[in-house]
Write a new protein. Sequence first.
Length: 113
Amino acid sequence: MFAAILFFGACKSPEESYLDGFESFVERIEREAKDLSDEDWKKNDACFSEFVGEKYDKVKGELSYDGKKKVGELTARYCKSRAKASGKQFLDLIESGKNLFEGFAEEIMKELE
């Protein structure tokens, strides 16, 4: 059974292997995006750059129309997750600034009383 899995897994075309890997990566990002740190994002951005750069260059001549369309879709999904996460970080920063300002304002009001 294990040999059969290896055999059939080895029969994937370069297009299928590339798209499967890229899709697995994007799905993981979509699941984990809200919990990723800045350092995690740097690593994932580097991995994403490999998928749309070096790895893409190796298979672009073999990609079908649908394969190229899928690359565009996966790229958009990654960028959407990245933007949402950055937005959350920005909102968290605003929230912490708001809390800081409220504390500052309360102290000023105490001094003015």
